[in-house]
Design a protein around this ligand. Structure first.
Ligand SMILES: Cc1cc2nc3c(=O)[nH]c(=O)nc-3n(C[C@H](O)[C@H](O)[C@H](O)COP(=O)(O)OP(=O)(O)OC[C@H]3O[C@@H](n4cnc5c(N)ncnc54)[C@H](O)[C@@H]3O)c2cc1C
Length: 561
């Protein structure tokens, strides 16, 4: 590239960062790669990879030069030029997703070529190369995201829930995109008007450079971008994991790394509830905390590195539990076969229908009242929403360290929903102000929550208070609706496992074995439940991860029987 070249290089970044992004392999490393693939000549202008190609091969340049380019209309932007010792690719080499750029030889020479399967085998067995390649692929993906070098354009508005959903979906799937904000870009709005794009059509997603989708579902975006193209749904998996939150991802990492062929079904994006936590401070090994997106993004990459296949925006809609292998019905009508199943579909905290609620989650709105949350509101006024035992415990606990607890209950009182001892403690505690028939109607301010508005439904009075912390203790609903009557559930709908299953549960389910269910095993042999969806689970990231990994040990035992 010369000085007058109109093309722009990706990174004008510091040289040490450049070395990690684009490391030069040694001849010994290149020899180990060559042993897995083949060496071949390249000629000038030869296109090695085209935008949208599936199952993209991996190339190491032996001699000559190969350019990674992003076509934009009639022109193209140079992302990087790979010289001898450099290698092609980014995160989609691991995920098997379609190519987002073009790879073309700019100088003749030779390359070592590996097909995706050969590359996956290499990184699973060669620890040194695995580290170099994984790091470079992940850093390159981050650079693409930072420079919005994707094959997706999202045209939307910050005030539109659909836009936030689409942006979150792409972000949580680590897919780079360019965002055009209609609130700031009047020309974009004029353009949409010309194409009769109404407010209901926003966001508009231009996918793969050509297809235009109007307010698409996550599943449609995943399909358009080919997120699941590389996944073989016809094979019988050793293990199907349902749900890719921390519990499901842990099961996938341990299962795949221990040689099982693992298919993960995720109805939305990997990460689960943890993925929406702005900072997890109590997960072992991260003394300064880690964002949920970062933690679960790494786990997702790790699962794929070991060969687990993760289907995105494809939830399980049913379990055919009267046959073996089991059948898991997938959104869209297909069914995948599984020798063993781990259910990790988590739970959803009941969220009052409040505008902006998700914006304040972790920034003033909490779903747990533990010492960590209590630290955040020392000496301040707080709101606890809910009339059950968890709300009562939270109110009593928070009253010890806060100035005042406003406890808001929609019903008549606490008698029907809370244990007597807690009601007494609440009544006796002058720092707790119980308000019945009352509900929050608005959360306000940007960034951190600053103000809360609530209404007394009997009198119609509306009160506004400068309160920065609201604890939503309205319970969690397990994602078990799709299981129909296959498994024994507790009275709240959580899945019963191991010693919690009574003889009656097992008899009703027709438990066919002489051995009792293993720890974490449900009322069906070889079907396990882990994480928040399991009755009696401690709702924490660490316990979800622990249970996901423990269940895999029992899966091995079941598969051997
Ligand atoms: C805002 C917030 C902050 C939190 N902060 C912390 C913290 O700091 N520390 C801590 O220890 N814990 C924290 N938690 C709790 C923690 O995130 C959960 O305990 C943990 O995520 C549970 O993991 P899981 O994998 O069991 O379930 P989930 O995280 O709920 O994941 C379940 C996954 O299954 C998917 N799914 C659901 N139904 C289906 C289906 N039918 N088919 C396929 N997929 C399906 C969902 O889309 C989801 O991705 C927080 C929770 C929230 C909401």
């Amino acid at each position: 590239m010369n000085a007058s070249d109109p093309r722009v290089p990706l990174a004008s970044t510091a040289s040490s960062h450049m070395e990690r992004l684009f490391p030069t392999l040694t001849s010994a490393q290149m020899a180990r790669i060559e042993a897995r693939g083949r060496r071949r000549p390249i000629v000038r202008e030869e296109v090695l990879v085209e935008v949208g190609d599936n199952n993209v091969p991996f190339f190491v340049v032996v001699s000559g030069e190969v350019e990674a380019l992003r076509p934009t209309g009639a022109t193209e932007i140079l992302i990087v030029a790979h010289g001898p010792g450099h290698f092609s690719g980014e995160a989609n080499m691991i995920t098997g997703r379609r190519a987002m750029g073009r790879l073309r030889a700019s100088e003749p020479g030779e390359v070592i070529q590996l097909e995706r399967e050969q590359l996956l085998a290499l990184i699973q067995t060669d620890a040194e190369l695995s580290e170099i390649l994984m790091r470079a692929f992940m850093l390159r993906r981050l650079e693409l995201i930072a420079h919005e070098f994707g094959d997706v354009v999202v045209v939307g508005s910050t005030h539109c829930a659909g836009t936030l959903r689409v942006k979150e979906f792409l972000t949580r799937n680590g897919h780079p995109f360019h965002y055009i904000d209609l609130d700031r870009d009047a020309e974009a709005q004029a353009l949409l008007d010309q194409f009769h794009v109404s407010a209901a059509d926003v966001p508009v997603v231009i996918c793969g450079g050509d297809k235009v989708l109007r307010n698409p579902s996550n599943a449609l975006i995943a399909e358009c971008l080919g997120f699941n193209d590389a996944i073989d749904q016809t094979r019988v998996s050793d293990l199907v994991v349902v749900g890719a939150g921390p519990a499901g991802l842990a099961a996938a990492v341990y299962g795949a790394s221990e040689g099982l062929n693992v298919l993960v079904l995720e109805s939305s994006s990997p990460g689960g509830q943890a993925g929406s936590s702005s900072r997890i401070e109590n997960y072992l090994g991260f003394p300064t905390g880690i964002s949920g997106l970062d933690l679960t993004g790494r786990a997702y990459a790790q699962a794929q590195k070991f060969g687990a296949q993760v289907m995105i925006a494809k939830g399980a809609t049913g379990l055919a539990c009267d046959r073996h292998p089991y059948g898991v019905r997938v959104d869209g009508g297909t069914q995948v076969a599984a020798r063993a199943v781990i259910i990790a579909t988590g739970a959803e905290y009941r969220r009052p229908p409040l505008e902006n609620l998700s914006r304040f989650e972790g920034a003033g709105v909490y779903y747990a009242a533990m010492p960590m949350e209590a630290q955040l509101c020392l000496g301040e006024e707080v709101v606890v929403v809910g009339g059950g035992n968890s709300a009562g415990q939270a109110a009593v606990f928070l009253a010890q360290t806060t100035k005042r607890v406003h406890m808001l209950v929609r019903g008549e009182g606490l008698a029907d929903t809370m244990s007597r001892y807690l009601i007494r403690r609440i009544e006796d505690n002058p720092a707790i102000d119980l308000r019945t028939h009352t509900q929050i109607i608005a959360l306000e301010r940007n960034g951190h929550l600053e103000r809360v508005r609530w209404r007394d439904d009997r009198r119609g009075d509306i009160e506004t208070n400068d309160i920065r912390h609201v604890f939503m203790m309205t319970g969690a609903v397990p994602n078990t609706g799709w299981l129909a009557r296959c498994l024994a559930l507790d009275d709240k709908g959580f899945i019963k496992t191991g010693p919690d299953l009574s003889q009656n549960d097992l008899a009703l389910a027709g438990w066919p074995l002489t051995r009792p269910p293993y720890l974490l095993e449900t009322s069906r042999p070889g079907v396990f439940a882990v994480g928040d969806v399991r009755g009696g689970n401690i709702k924490r990231v660490a316990s979800a991860v622990g249970e996901g990994s423990i269940a895999v040990a029992f899966v091995h035992q079941v598969l051997q029987q």
